[in-house]
Design a protein around this ligand. Structure first.
Ligand code: ADP
Ligand code: MG
Length: 338
């Protein structure tokens, strides 16, 4: 993140309450780089806004201390450095995150894989520096050997995880969802039940806006061409968008996305630019992971799996004739009818 953006973000951090109905806004920076926001329709009279702002930020900082790959001393990094073939004790958050990731690996036959980190780093999207050249086939083969969700085993009763080979976790694809869930727990603790939470591309809505209408979240138009974005009304639902348009780089005229297809060990090559998943039943962690998983699969295979799973998914694809959209049958209920 560039310095000026960080400076602006800090200015945006804070909270405000407007009387008499006590509608309130809270915001800040999560994971050192992304913005979060919570809007509450009616803050209970006994809740101090400044105190709540601190608790919300703390909840996200705790998630960062658990899951980040950008600091060596997080729980996840300690797990990564830990021995193989031993059930290593993990916190509830890490255990839940890995369990949900493994569920999606099963459903996507490994195209979604929380152990994809070595490939992400090799392509320059992790904590390490960008490559000046695309990785060689042997470097890709080497990194692929260090991946494999099948070598992870979660023991929920003993709250521990075993890795049967030296794989490393990379929770970047569902960390925002974990953050949203952590914020929702803070709000629940205070009896707040009318809110919209957003952590970067993941949002969760509960109840109604102060004006009594449903909360709305815009799907960013992926072409960056200023086309009007689609507004999705959320009736107690979670939404997540995963895209190749925000995080990519160009090398010798080719665009490389931060989404890696474990099948090839390379960034995705399909023409899907973004996937949005909306759900009234799945939690924020799963919805976030699903958006990434469907982004790996792309508009064709991803749409098929979404139909099979009864998921509401909305794809934007770049074709020779411009941007086209595809959506699963389940999405119709969320799309605006005009
Ligand atoms: P964003 O939050 O920018 O929309 P995502 O939620 O889709 O992005 O997460 C992208 C991140 O997920 C990548 O930066 C990488 O760390 C990780 N990742 C990349 N490919 C995969 C994959 N096949 N399975 C799981 N995680 C992946
Ligand atoms: Mg994701």
């Amino acid at each position: 993140m560039s310095g000026w953006w960080f400076a602006i973000s800090l200015l945006l951090a804070g909270c405000s309450v407007s009387e008499p109905n006590r509608q309130a806004t809270f915001s800040g920076i999560a994971f050192f780089s992304i913005s979060w926001q919570v809007r509450v329709s009616n803050l209970p009279a006994n809740v101090n806004a400044q105190q709540l702002q601190t608790e919300l930020q703390q909840a996200l900082d705790d998630v960062n201390k658990t899951l980040s790959t950008y600091q060596p001393d997080t729980e996840l990094m300690r797990f990564n450095a830990g021995p193989i073939d031993q059930c290593l004790p993990v916190s509830k958050v890490l255990g839940e995150t890995v369990s949900k990731a493994l569920l999606l690996s099963e459903k996507t036959q490994g195209r979604y894989d929380i152990t994809v980190g070595p490939l992400v780093n090799l392509w320059g999207f992790g904590p390490q520096a960008r490559p000046e050249k695309t990785p060689t086939a042997s470097a890709i083969a080497e990194a692929r050997k260090q991946t494999g969700w099948q070598s992870l085993q979660v023991d929920t009763s003993n709250a521990c995880i075993t890795k049967h080979k030296a794989v490393a976790l990379d929770a970047s694809s569902l960390g925002e969802g974990v953050g949203v869930q952590a914020l929702a727990s803070v709000l629940a603790r205070h009896g707040i039940d009318q809110y919209l939470i957003s952590v970067a591309g993941v949002s969760q809505a509960r109840g109604k806006r102060p004006d009594g209408l449903l909360w709305r979240v815009a799907i960013e138009s992926a072409d960056g061409g200023g086309r009007p974005a689609l507004a999705i009304a959320l009736d107690n639902a979670v939404i997540s968008t995963s895209g190749s348009y925000r995080n990519y780089y160009e090398l010798d005229g080719v665009r490389y996305s931060h989404t890696i297809d474990p099948l090839t060990g390379q960034p995705i090559t399909h023409k899907g630019v973004s996937v949005t998943v909306v759900s009234k039943t799945l939690d924020a962690i799963l919805v976030d992971a699903w958006a990434t998983a469907l982004n790996v699969l792309g508009p064709k295979e991803g749409l098929q799996l979404a139909e099979q799973e009864g998921l509401a998914a909305y794809f934007i694809e770049k074709t020779a004739d411009g941007f086209v959209t595809h959506h699963s049958g389940e999405s119709a209920q969320f799309l605006p009818t005009e």
